[in-house]
Design a protein. Structure first.
Length: 583
């Protein structure tokens, strides 16, 4: 560790602290010329911004001067007409307003909830359909989520058949989505420095939607308040670009902020509680879902919705077909809450709904393609495939072996992945240094959820020179009867950049061959490392990996890379990340 500390001027402390990146608006990166409308007023999954006239959607772009900043004060609460005292705490209603204002201020369009029952904001076509294809999509909306199996008659303080999510979709990943999320907590009045905010591994999947992603549950003081997911697949289709989904559980957040022990005690607005608004709804809907829903009727509903969805798909209408799928999904959830779905039946139902989701997704992608992707294309696929080496000229020369440090900065890695990555990185670096003839001292690795670090003591500044004996063709084929070199001999010489005069004969086994000795020149360690480090990082594997802004896979997004040999930067680009340039 002393070696690490001796380089403190160039190596950040190896802690679990979060690097400070400036908060920035969501960047729009279309490869097509962006239209004047940007992300303004996107009324529904089926309407493009160019045709939308919805007055209910709040339009905002990152450059909009009218966007309300998250720090803008909200109006003072008014005294209720019935004389009850107005609350000074953040109400449920104000929390929604602040989240809408915050996400609008960084470039999201504020949308509306689905008009069909959905179990989560993910199922809203504003998410499921819009994460498909290459078009950019940055939206936020409130989603009442209906889950019959969570019915508790309003008795359980934390379980509701109808709970409220606030859904955010950032497509493509802007690169600072975690920092944007933390900024939203500040907009709610949560001081992130005074609370224990943790990103805890959560590998999400939806068998019904044929969707999955990797990310985290976000905990505040030990309680889950948000899900944060990088979508990898939807409708059984691979996604590119990758979308970020942030789903807030508003009841949990407000119970914590208001210091109440039951959802019904949440101050919804000045003078009225959540329970006064929704408790009776919880009681009656719980009674319906758990006791009175007619199973035979609901089964028929499922069949009818499925049949209608298939009919609409055959007509080339993915949006209404998907709406029928949502209705079928809700019918299944009611059957499940009534206890009429066994293990075998569940698998069959899931398979039928997943097939519909896949067909809706495929048809939606074709529809958007036929329209010419009106919102633009947010990535250039050809630029996202291969890591590259930065062209550089060394302005400094080192005379003595120096400490080499490689730090891979990531978003929160699962604990087991920290251990795996540290071990694999050490083995890969040791193998590469030996293969590349770079002498070294001790190799040390360190890991935290936010960074993986390897330190190589006394790494040589240049490769060791090496002379290699290469065997060519048999003498009988290398020279003709007059002793002149044949095309085989000339080709061997040309391949190895030597002259015929350098060839010599040597018997190996029962055959005489031509040989040549080739000296491999010594290259600088920085030059060699710049070539090899991208492949070293790409060869680190995990049980579950994800993509973000590129086709590179890793456990979680890589956000910065530090590579130093002594006080010289080793320049390279991996996964579109190159934090430092040559000095």
């Amino acid at each position: 560790m002393s070696l690490l500390l001796s380089s403190a001027s160039v190596l950040p402390a190896i802690t679990n602290s979060r690097p400070v990146f400036p908060s920035k608006p969501i960047p729009a990166r279309p490869s097509k010329p962006p239209s004047a409308r940007g992300f303004s007023v996107l009324a529904s999954a089926g309407n493009d911004a160019s045709t939308s006239s919805s007055s209910s959607a709040v339009a905002s772009t990152s450059s909009s001067s009218s966007a309300v900043a998250s720090s803008a004060p909200l109006p003072e609460p008014k005294l209720p007409e019935d004389g009850r005292k107005a609350s000074s705490i953040l109400t449920f209603q104000q929390a929604i307003q602040r989240l809408q204002e915050y996400w609008a201020s960084v470039g999201c369009s504020i949308m509306q909830c689905s008009n069909t029952e959905v179990g989560a904001g993910t199922m809203n076509p504003l998410t499921f359909l819009r994460v498909l294809g290459p078009e950019p999509w940055n939206v936020a909306y409130v989603e009442p989520s209906i889950r019959p199996d969570d019915s508790r008659y309003g008795d359980n303080p934390n379980r509701l058949q109808r709970h409220t999510q606030f859904q955010v979709i950032l497509k493509p990943d802007p690169g600072n989505s975690q920092d944007l999320f933390l900024g939203s907590l500040s907009a709610l009045g949560i001081n992130v420095n005074e609370h224990d905010i943790r990103f805890v591994e959560d590998n999400w999947e939806s068998p019904v939607l044929g969707a999955w992603g990797l990310g985290w549950e976000v905990w505040m003081d030990g309680m889950e308040i948000t899900q944060f997911t990088y979508f990898q697949q939807a409708g059984s289709l691979q996604l590119l670009p990758i979308s970020v989904e942030i789903t807030y559980g508003l009841e949990r957040i407000l119970m914590s902020l208001q210091g109440v022990d039951h959802f019904k005690k949440i101050q919804y607005a000045d003078g009225i509680t959540y329970g006064e608004l929704f408790l009776e709804n919880e009681k009656e809907m719980s009674s319906y879902y758990l006791e009175h829903a007619n199973v035979e009727h609901i089964q028929k509903h499922f069949e009818n919705f499925e049949e209608e969805a298939c009919s609409l798909l055959s007509l080339g209408l993915p949006i209404p077909a998907y709406d029928q799928l949502l209705k079928a999904s809700h019918a299944f959830n009611i059957l499940d809450s009534r206890g009429f779905v066994g293990v075998t039946e569940r698998a069959r139902y899931f398979g039928r709904m997943r097939s519909l989701a896949r067909q809706c997704a495929q048809l939606w992608v074709k529809t958007r393609e036929s329209l010419g992707h009106p919102l633009g294309i947010s990535y250039d696929a050809n630029s996202l495939i291969h890591p590259s080496v930065v062209e550089f000229d060394l302005k400094k020369e080192m005379e003595q072996p120096r400490l080499f440090v490689l730090e891979i900065g990531t978003e929160e890695l699962p604990p087991q992945d920290v251990v795996e990555a540290s071990g694999q990185l050490k083995a890969l670096v040791e193998q590469t240094l030996e293969k590349r003839r770079l002498s070294r001292g001790k190799v040390l690795t360190y890991g935290t959820p936010r960074r993986i670090v390897i330190c190589v003591e006394n790494l040589s500044i240049n490769q060791e020179e090496e002379e290699t004996e290469l065997r060519g063709p048999p003498v009988a084929k290398a020279f003709d009867q007059e002793g002149k070199p044949t095309k085989a001999a000339e080709g061997f010489c040309r391949k190895n950049s030597v002259s015929v005069d350098q060839l010599y004969k040597k018997i190996e086994g029962k055959t005489e061959y031509v040989f040549v000795r080739v000296k491999e020149s010594a290259r600088s360690a920085i030059e060699v490392l710049a070539e090899d480090l991208p492949s070293i990082i790409s060869n680190i594997t995990f049980p579950k990996s994800m993509r973000w802004n590129s086709n590179v896979v890793f456990s979680r997004p890589i956000r910065w890379i530090l590579a130093l040999h002594g006080d010289l930067v080793v320049p390279f680009i991996f996964a579109e990340v190159s934090r430092l340039s040559p000095q």
